[in-house]
Design a protein around this ligand. Structure first.
Ligand code: FAD
Length: 389
């Protein structure tokens, strides 16, 4: 049991998981902010929730945007209910997002695009009785029986050619060879999206990119509460007092900073929560002329720390299961447009104003390339007549 007034909590990683943990500890457990410490190897908060000026050339980069929805993100909404909006004084971030989505509703008119720039009729999901039976079988099969099976072991070619699968896999980033267990979890979690896959009408967006609309106000609130946020702190190892998982306690964090290595001793009542295996680990940037280099040797702290911990005890999981870079890598791009010419052509083609279309997928592209045109401006303080997609 955590003594919330006297213990210290050490949070490794500065993504939404640690930021949320810090906020809940303050709000719900009454912990003083100064007793909460976030150690982040990068120079900014938010982890995957990023959005910034491009590091390689003029322009902006958002590696991705979360497609939030009312039904599923209850914990996030509850968190954002307590965080003041920076853009709309008097409102919480949750209220700000709700008000924004009341004004800018998602209703895609061009979800799937086929050959010859033809908008496909995505209302027809294209599933036959056999596909439905395979879907139902997956939902009814317990995870223990699915084991390491892949999606393409469980469905027939007709299913993979359906509009439904083209929409589902591009909404949730699935390849046909990915884990069947993962797909089953997504089906169960996002079941309510089935009838609105073709419009993505369930999607809730933030007014700006999610770094500026979620991470920045949350970070500001945490700092206001006195939370000790340390950037440039990479945790390389954690010492434990014993092997028994029921009694095991973290006793020391090994940290690397620009000044060198240091050890942080944890007192008997302290707690330590660690984010392992980030989805954006070892992300690299390309440019208009250079492809991003592919990192295969796990330089990022999230995976190397997990590997180090997994060597200490079996119950720390098996990070190697996820180390197949070629099967799991993904790429995104951000267009920065000076002038409205392309934006207006996309609006004319799709019938969607920026921010209302969610995702356009080019089904004959070998990458199943998808394009999102967010509400503009997507960054606070963007230069005039500049847009991103
Ligand atoms: C392009 C994209 C699209 C996505 N779309 C969706 C979506 O539509 N819906 C959805 O629900 N989710 C989506 N996600 C996933 C979601 O963004 C992540 O699950 C979530 O942000 C993870 O938060 P986290 O705090 O757990 O980890 P992260 O955001 O990965 O944060 C981990 C942090 O820990 C730091 N760190 C790691 N190791 C160490 C260490 N050893 N020492 C110090 N610091 C360390 C990292 O630098 C990072 O800042 C998407 C993700 C991406 C990238």
């Amino acid at each position: 049991m955590l003594d919330s007034k006297n213990a210290d909590v050490w949070l490794v990683g500065g993504g939404i998981a640690s930021m949320a943990a810090a906020a809940f500890l303050i709000r719900d457990a009454g912990m003083p902010g100064r007793r909460i410490h976030i150690l982040e190897e990068l120079g900014l908060a938010g982890g995957c929730l990023d959005g910034s000026a491009s590091p390689t050339q003029p322009g902006f980069v958002t590696r991705g945007g979360r497609m939030l929805c009312e039904e599923v993100y209850q914990c996030l909404w509850n968190l954002l209910d307590s965080i003041p909006s920076l853009e709309r004084p008097g409102l919480s971030v949750r209220q700000e997002i709700t008000a924004f989505n009341d004004e800018v509703r998602t209703e895609a008119h061009a979800r799937l695009i086929g050959r010859g720039a033809r908008i496909l009729d995505a209302r027809h999901y294209g599933l036959d009785g056999h596909d439905r039976a395979e879907l139902t079988r997956l939902l009814a099969t317990p995870e223990a029986m699915l084991g390491a099976r892949r999606i393409d072991e469980l469905f027939s070619p007709h299913f993979f050619a359906s509009h439904f699968w083209q929409m589902w896999r591009t909404t949730f980033a699935f390849q046909n060879w990915h884990s069947a267990i993962e797909l089953r979890r997504y089906f169960l979690r996002f079941l309510q999206e089935f009838p609105r896959m073709h419009t993505l009408a369930g999607v809730r967006r933030t007014p700006f990119n999610q770094y500026d609309s979620i991470a920045v106000p949350l970070q500001r609130w945490l700092l206001g509460q006195g939370v000790d946020v340390r950037f440039g702190h990479r945790v390389t190892d954690i010492d434990f007092d014993q092997a028994d998982p029921a009694r095991r306690r973290a006793t020391r964090l090994h940290v690397l900073t620009a000044q060198g290595g240091q050890a942080i001793e944890l007192a008997a009542g302290d707690a330590c929560l660690v984010t392992l295996g980030s989805i954006t680990a070892d992300a690299t940037y390309g440019s208009n002329t250079e492809a991003p280099p592919l990192v295969r040797d796990r330089r990022d702290g999230a995976w190397s720390l997990w590997e180090t911990l997994a060597r200490k005890a079996d119950d720390f999981g098996r990070p190697h299961t996820f180390f197949n870079v070629d099967d799991n890598k993904w790429e995104s791009f951000t267009l920065t447009m000076n002038g409205r010419a392309l934006l207006d052509r996309i609006v004319e083609f799709s019938g969607n104003q920026p921010g209302t279309g969610a995702l356009m997928t080019f089904v004959d592209s070998a990458w199943l390339m998808s394009l999102v045109v967010p509400y503009q401006p997507h960054f606070p303080g963007m230069p005039p007549d500049t847009y991103t997609a």
